[in-house]
Design a protein around this ligand. Structure first.
Ligand code: PGA
Length: 276
């Protein structure tokens, strides 16, 4: 299947990046839990490593908010000063681990090979790998977005071929769309790349259709059009999720947009034709 499943909840997550003390993290959890997560939305939050265990302990036992880490090393333990392992983030409460965010790639030299090792390590430790991919501006301008992203997804999944599709989430985040100074991609720009990502996931993974998110300058003013027109299963945000009230507002907007996502047989035929 190449279109989002209109019955499935919308998946909406946020990374806090390098923000929040323990007190700020627990206050956020209280506020978000108080606001509630709409039924048709699945939510996840990625605090900094220092706050993982505190957030886990603060979330109610029956909470529908999933918890994840923003990065982890591929080795289970060892002499890697300043790093934390998949095993350690899992122990601290993460069930998801983000891998290959563009800030990791550009500021910390993370390569496609590192990403592939980390995806394999995440799955070995029972974590869901949230793999971020996306092209820089010059690649988009040259018309190479799909090829670039397809190569990234193939490489990311190269060590886990045959794994279950539910163990991997793919986030398409064009580098030029992320953060201050970024501009959100249009649904028309996102849709063909999302279809290409789905096709590679279907080649490499087994089971149900893989989950693909869009990220990059998403907020409550553009979430609806992106969910409606980009064919993604959900959204991944930075700034729009940095306050609990902002994230709760975004979740409500996504819940309202949920029935607008299409998955008719005709849509699927069109999608399939477009990727052949
Ligand atoms: P942004 O960040 O929503 O602040 O653009 C997105 C991301 O880095 O994933």
């Amino acid at each position: 299947m190449t279109s989002p499943n209109s019955e499935a909840p919308v998946l909406v997550g946020t990374s806090w990046k390098m923000n929040k003390t323990l007190a700020e993290a627990t206050a956020y959890v209280d506020d978000l839990v108080g606001a509630g997560v709409p039924d048709v939305v699945d939510a996840f939050i990625l605090p900094p490593h220092t706050a993982l265990a505190a957030v886990r302990d603060r979330l109610p036992r029956d909470s529908r908010i999933r918890l994840g880490a923003q990065n982890a090393h591929w080795a289970a333990e060892g002499a890697a000063t300043g790093e934390v392992s998949m095993r350690m983030v899992r122990d601290a409460g993460a069930t998801i681990v983000e891998i290959g965010h563009s800030e990791r790639r550009t500021e910390f030299g993370e390569t496609d090979e590192h990403v592939a090792c980390k995806v394999a390590a995440a799955l070995d430790h029972g974590l869901t790998a949230l793999v971020c991919v996306g092209e820089p501006r010059d690649v988009r301008d040259a018309g190479g977005s799909e090829d670039h992203v397809v190569a990234q997804v193939r490489s990311s999944l190269s060590m886990v071929s045959g794994a279950d599709s539910t163990s991997v989430l793919l986030a398409y985040e064009p580098v030029w769309a992320i953060g201050e100074g970024g501009s959100p991609a249009s649904p028309e720009q996102v849709a063909p790349v999302v279809r290409a990502v789905r096709r590679v996931m279907a080649e490499r993974l087994i089971g149900e259709a893989g989950t693909v998110l869009y990220g990059g300058s998403v907020d409550d003013t553009n979430a609806t059009e992106l969910l409606e027109g980009a064919g993604a299963d959900g959204l991944f945000v930075g700034r729009a999720g940095l306050s609990a009230t902002g994230f709760a507002r975004l979740l409500s907007v996504c819940a309202a947009a949920h029935p607008l996502r299409h998955s008719t047989p005709n849509d699927r035929e069109v999608d399939d034709a477009a990727i052949r």
